[in-house]
Write a protein that binds this ligand. Structure first.
Ligand code: ADP
Length: 397
């Protein structure tokens, strides 16, 4: 019997899952999928490692499966699939580990209580991330569980990079820059030594461009600065999030438009970004293929914000040796990569157009001073690896 690890990533209305099986000392991807529409019109779909749909189930409109039913369905289905392997642990993506968790941690009731402290810091994600954990602790207390955090990788940021220019009391109370997408950056940092030794040991900016987008400055593979901050709405323009905004705008909206917290939350998280500016879609593919000038404006602003933030991260690093593109847009859009690299020509980076069009991985020209890469991220594998190592005692929490 080989070891299998189940990875869960629970959101407000969906739970994504992936199974990894140990083969020859390595974790190999197995089935994956999701249960979505948990409170409206539930649907479960599972795919093989090669991407073929292997199971599907839909529930009637108005059915409330909830997180409880979702986890139960996924757990039951995954157990049936594991013929020659045994589930040794579950790894969870948890958005916030605050200042306490700079590493993944084995979960028990007391750790869950300490993670509940961070719900006010990430109210849109943290409570949902914790639900399957609580449920499995109740129902299968002997099944080991591990939490991996989106913030942990940025705990290496120097104190000054974490600081807002607010009174010290607020900083001490936890109002500081945490940074997110850490599991993605950690994965990229883990593969860089095999890809480009100079990028691994030097100054690299990673662009995680997806529905949620951010950038991270790596020095010798460690995070020293990132564009996200106290929350994941800071920094770059995203699919539906506005990114950096003058805090005075929020005060104006409250005073002059009578908007309350929930209305502003909806505006800055769900109605802004590519969707808000274009009025058409939050999906980069749709906007790139659209003739409406508002679509072009949204894409232009997305790129302009990257250009500005890239300058800031390069300043934090004191120079740059490599650029890495990842996530949905970064991995798939040759046009976006080409435009980012053209904007960054002043840094000494130039593109190999043919390599970029064919998906890299190296997309910079042979004589480019700064190398550029497109690399697929794998947050799930990072979680599975941490979980497996921690449970084997090969990693401490
Ligand atoms: P999430 O942050 O939800 O994990 P992803 O990393 O999957 O998101 O990225 C989703 C984004 O990637 C969407 O904006 C989608 O349009 C974009 N995307 C995917 N494929 C392409 C493509 N070929 N060209 C441009 N954008 C793409």
């Amino acid at each position: 019997m080989t070891d299998a690890i189940l990875v869960l990533n629970a959101g407000s209305s969906s739970i994504k899952f992936s199974v990894f099986e140990a083969q020859g000392g390595k974790l190999e991807p197995g089935v994956r999928g999701q249960a979505e529409g948990l409170y409206t019109k539930p649907r479960f779909v599972a795919k093989s490692a090669a991407g073929a749909v292997v199971a599907e189930k839909s529930w009637e409109e108005g059915t409330t499966l909830g997180h409880v039913g979702g986890v139960a369905h996924i757990g039951g289905w995954v157990s049936e699939q594991l013929a020659s392997s045994r589930l040794v642990g579950v790894g969870h993506r948890v958005v916030h580990g605050g200042l306490d968790y700079s590493q993944p941690v084995r979960l028990d009731a007391s750790v869950v209580t300490s993670l509940e402290k961070y719900i006010p810091l990430a109210p849109l994600h943290q409570p949902h991330n914790l639900k399957p954990i609580e449920l499995l602790l109740q129902r299968q207390p002997d099944l080991p569980q591990v939490a991996c955090f989106d913030t942990s990788f940025h705990r290496s940021n120097p104190e000054i990079a974490q600081r807002f220019a607010l009174p010290a009391e607020l900083h001490d109370a936890g109002v500081r820059r945490y940074g997110f997408h850490g599991l993605s950056y950690e994965y990229i940092a883990s593969v860089l030594p095999k890809v480009d030794a100079r990028a691994a040991s030097g100054r690299t900016v990673v662009l995680h461009l997806g529905n949620g987008s951010s950038m991270c400055a790596l020095a010798g593979g460690k995070s020293v600065a990132s564009t996200m901050g106290f929350t994941a709405v800071e920094g770059l323009m995203m699919g539906t999030r506005c990114g950096a905004i003058d805090p005075g705008v929020i005060l104006y909206l409250m005073d002059q438009r009578g908007m309350d917290t929930r209305a502003i939350e909806k505006l800055i998280y769900n109605q802004s970004g590519l969707l808000g500016v274009s009025g058409i879609s939050s999906d980069m593919r749709v906007l790139l293929g659209h003739e409406d000038p508002r679509a072009a404006l949204a894409v232009d602003l997305f790129l302009y914000r990257i250009r500005r933030e890239l300058g800031s991260l390069v300043a934090a690093l004191g120079g740059i040796d490599a650029l890495v593109f990842t996530a949905g847009i970064g991995e798939n859009s040759a046009v976006v990569r080409e435009r980012v690299i053209a904007d960054a020509a002043w840094l000494g980076v130039s593109i190999d157009a043919a390599a970029n069009a064919s998906g890299g991985p190296r997309i910079s020209a042979a004589d480019s001073k700064v190398s550029a890469w497109t690399l697929p991220t794998n947050e799930e594998l990072m979680i599975a690896t941490h979980t497996w190592r921690l449970l084997q005692g090969r990693e401490s929490s």
